[in-house]
Design a protein around this ligand. Structure first.
Ligand code: PAF
Length: 289
């Protein structure tokens, strides 16, 4: 069984003991990897865990549904809470530590007075649709990095803007950690795995495949440029009435700024849409010709 630790002090002391036990003459300071999650684990999370295990001797998976990153009209209450199943799944994967703090452990005096501000890129795309989301996300990620002090932290490429902003925070604030990213895991029909997919009924689940199909259409038309890629993706989404588009954009992966019609080379096409009451996001690397 992994050690399920709820308190910050408890985790710090157990990690010190584990590091001393795992130390060898050739590796006196065994590497520690952190996989931050909000639980409701699926194979996408397990791919992050596997990367962490390949990279480090000690793996910590945090499970914490961070209220700071949910807006007042968002799905905090409905976010799936499946800690027992999650712990069982992490046990089967051979994870040593699950850090599952309570809200009172993480925010003993209420929401933090001090926040990490995500800046301009934190205010576009997801940040435009979910004001404050990225400040809350970066604030909890920086707390988790301070608590665990990992050598490596692993994020999924499905949340591309999140991974971009974490890398920026780590660079901007000189945090001593390597940020690794892992490709999105998909169902056979292309739908990206997400903890929110469980809310889709049968028809919505079918409609949701319009997102990966739109991204594939953009990739296929990318040789003809930005406008062609966007319009190919938009046609797929518009053909699916159950999909309510939030945004569709193509950005430069180096800056996360929208590319213009003349842009050539690597780019990232991103989509967010609501299917019923469930909000889904996805993205795909493309090459604009
Ligand atoms: O991607 C998530 O699940 C969350 O945003 C994270 C990184 C665990 C921070 O709460």
């Amino acid at each position: 069984m992994p050690a399920v630790v709820e308190t910050i002090a408890g985790l710090r002391s157990q990690l010190r003991i584990a590091a001393a036990e795992a130390a060898t003459a050739s590796s006196p300071q065994p590497l520690v990897a952190l996989v931050p999650t909000m639980g409701a684990l699926h194979d996408g999370h397990l791919a992050l865990v596997q990367r962490a295990q390949e990279s480090a001797a000690i793996v910590v998976v945090s499970i914490f549904i961070n209220p700071l990153q949910f807006g007042s009209s968002e799905d905090l209450d409905r976010y799936p809470r499946t800690v027992d199943t999650d712990v069982e799944c992490l046990r089967a994967a051979g994870v040593q530590f699950v850090f599952a703090p309570t809200i009172a452990d993480m925010y003993p005096t209420g929401p933090t007075q001090t926040r990490v501000v995500a800046g301009d890129i934190g205010a576009v795309l997801e940040g435009n649709s979910r004001p404050g989301h990225f400040d809350g996300m970066l604030t909890v990620v920086s707390k988790l990095l301070n608590i665990v002090t990992p050598d490596i932290v692993v994020f999924g490429e499905k949340d591309a803007q999140q991974a971009f902003l974490v890398k920026r925070m780590v660079a901007d604030l000189d945090i001593d950690v390597v940020v690794e990213t892992v490709p999105t895991i998909r169902e056979d029909d292309g739908l990206a795995l997400s903890s929110r997919n469980r809310f889709l009924d049968g028809n919505q689940r079918t409609a949701a495949t319009a997102l990966p199909r739109a991204l594939e259409a953009a990739a296929s038309s990318a040789g003809a440029g930005t406008d062609a890629a966007l319009s190919a993706a938009r046609s797929v989404l518009e053909a699916e009435p159950a999909v309510e588009l939030d945004y569709l954009a193509i950005v430069d992966p180096e800056t996360f700024l929208a590319v213009d019609a003349e842009h050539r080379g690597p780019a990232l096409v991103l989509v967010a849409a609501r299917v019923g009451t469930t909000r889904l996001i996805d993205n795909h690397a493309i090459h604009l010709g």
